[in-house]
Design a binder for this molecule. Structure first.
Ligand SMILES: Cc1ncc(COP(=O)(O)O)c(C=O)c1O
Length: 457
């Protein structure tokens, strides 16, 4: 029996009372189980943005009151995000950008990578923590085990094999497909022993667990961390890269222009310090303020309370869903091991296309989920146990413009405000429509159902 979660964040999230139309014309309150993609905003964030707006002005160079106030708010946002991830800001800097993808791309171009260098990443990564590295060095993908966990023996083997040449270990803090949480500090120690730095992509971890970079001289210190605000209840277009100042001071920034310099003559450029040289152009001040308010709220609520609530919810959901006939759950399915993952549950219904399952949940149940490969094609192919022939066949089909047979899964993902009623509604909708009635099976591989556009990413 799963204990009842104790944290109630529902009154602090915007839009939970909003009804949405179903395909039969009824309206129901929306259930958002797509938080791994983006979370709704915290009320605190929206209110803070509203009260900041009348004072919003240009930062750094304006001398008016509003400019000075906006500058303080923007500078403080850097400090709050640094505190949120436990960074020592005497030696580390917080660089704001658009999102995690931009943050990792920035690091890929700013990290000194010598010829012959190796970047170690994993088969489990979101494309945003894989593709940016490929043009920069020889990239080695550590394998995942058949159940989706990291193969740490392979990690150790690859570290030993390339020790001394590894510029960076780039690893996700938690998978956006299976939810598995990585032993980031243990991996950090191993990376450091092999002479490498470590980047942890915490896009999926930070909204659910405390991220602590730890002191710089701690062997388990995280050298770089990246974040996306739209996954942590502040969807105003901001992300952050946190890492050692000196990495960014060794060379000019990759984006150049206003705000990045101290002095320019027609012949010379003297670059500003960090983070200014890394935040070219007019920054997203509102986004930074929103992100900082979200981080502060999460710290006040307590990441331990968030984690405890979500663990209960995952356990409840696994228990509820694994009894659904014909369901196939991927990754960890044992409710007793819910603490090993963040609230991401990938599944399929036997014989039913993931596109169709997701469409039925959305159009008939008012339940938002996502389906497809979740920008992690190699990992999804691995979890589905597709062999090489099957992988090549669907790759060829996709390249020919046909996505109807695209392999994939349905992903239900929780935020700190979801509750057992949300899980019950999803389970009931799956049971009612897909399992009990069984009527859609003949159409399971259809390319389009009515106006539903069945296309994944
Ligand atoms: C683990 C992980 N890394 C990186 C990203 C990319 O984040 P963004 O789209 O905010 O750049 C995502 C987004 O889903 C993610 O889940």
């Amino acid at each position: 029996m799963i204990a009842t979660p104790t944290l109630d964040m529902r009154s602090r999230i915007v839009g939970l009372d909003r009804e949405v139309p179903l395909i039969d014309g009824r309206r129901v309150p929306y259930v958002n189980l797509d938080n791994a993609a983006s979370t709704p905003p915290l009320l605190d964030v929206v209110r803070a943005v509203e009260s900041f707006m009348p004072y919003y002005s240009s930062v750094h160079r304006g001398t008016g009151f509003k400019s000075r106030l906006s500058t303080v708010a923007y500078d403080q946002a850097h400090e709050i995000i640094g505190r949120f991830v436990g960074a020592d800001l005497r030696t580390n800097t917080v660089i704001f950008g658009k999102n995690t993808t931009e943050a990792i791309n920035k690091l890929a171009w700013r990290l000194p990578v010598g010829p012959g260098s190796v970047i170690i990443t994993t088969q489990m990564e979101h494309h945003s923590n894989d593709l940016p590295w490929r043009p920069r060095a020889h990239v080695v993908h550590v394998h995942a085990l058949p159940d989706g966990r990291l193969d740490e023996d392979d990690f150790d083997r690859q570290l030993a094999r390339y020790a001394g040449r590894i510029a960076l270990v780039a690893i996700t803090g938690a998978s956006n497909v299976s939810g598995f949480i990585q032993p980031i500090h243990r991996l950090a120690r191993k990376a450091h022993d092999a002479g490498a730095l470590i980047l942890v992509d915490t896009a999926q971890l930070a909204p659910h667990r405390r991220v602590d970079m730890r002191p710089d001289d701690d062997p388990e210190h995280l050298d770089f961390v990246t974040l996306s605000a739209h996954k942590m209840y502040a969807p105003y277009g901001t992300g952050a890269l946190i890492g050692p100042k000196d990495v960014f001071l060794h060379a000019p920034p990759e984006y150049r222009g206003g705000g990045t310099v101290d002095v320019v003559t027609l012949d010379e450029v003297h670059w500003a310090g960090v983070p200014d040289r890394e935040e070219a152009g007019s920054p997203n001040v509102v986004g930074a303020v929103a992100m900082a308010v979200a981080a502060r709220t999460l710290m006040e609520v307590g990441m331990e309370a968030v984690a405890a609530h979500e663990e209960h919810l995952i356990a409840y959901a696994l228990e509820r869903l694994r009894d659904v006939p014909g369901i196939r759950l991927y990754g960890e399915t044992d409710p007793a091991r819910a603490h090993e993952k963040v609230g991401v549950i990938p599944f399929n219904i036997d014989g039913v296309s993931h596109f169709l399952t997701a469409a039925i949940l959305g159009y008939e149940g008012g339940i938002g989920v996502r389906s497809g490969c979740f920008c992690a094609h190699p990992y999804v192919v691995h979890l589905l146990h597709l062999d090489e022939d099957e992988s090549h066949r669907w790759r060829d089909q996709l390249l020919a413009g046909d996505k109807s047979e695209m392999p994939g899964m349905v992903r239900a993902s929780f935020g700190c405000y979801n509750n057992t009623d949300d899980v019950d509604r999803a389970a009931a909708a799956i049971l009612r429509r897909l399992v009990v009635e069984d009527v859609f099976r003949p159409y399971a591989r259809a390319r389009a159902i009515g106006s539903v556009h069945l296309v994944g990413r």
